[in-house]
Design a protein around this ligand. Sequence first.
Ligand code: DQA
Length: 138
Amino acid sequence: MKVLVLNGPNLNMLGKRPKEHYGSKTLAEINELIVKEAAGQLDLEFYQSNYEGDLVTKIQESLSYDAIIINPAAYTHTSVAIRDALEMFLGVKIEVHLSHVDDRDDFRKINFIREVCDVCFSGKLEVSYLDAINYLKK
Ligand code: DQA
């Protein structure tokens, strides 16, 4: 199963972002945990960008994959473009967040991504990503 793990803006700065929301692991450390959790059962590709268009292009280039695990970060709350790109993707779509986005600022309750995804894992820091991996393994 070919899986794209896609991360949006500022997630390359994990480790330096507020720990009460995002924990202390870097993105590289989280990606290592994801690889271990997949235990060779998933064919993983990792991509991070701070640019909305890059994320859209990456989704377009991955339409033949079986699944996308996406943390769109701030674009969750603003991006019709990412929402529309995900809508074209016919595989499994999993929205992931480190923090519990629904219990934070009001502007984070606006979510363009949720309705085009199959499932969302949030609020468990890096474990949200591992829950996504286990969802795909099942
Ligand atoms: C985030 C939540 C978003 O609201 C925020 O803009 C992020 C990260 C999360 O993983 O908790 O950058 O997607």
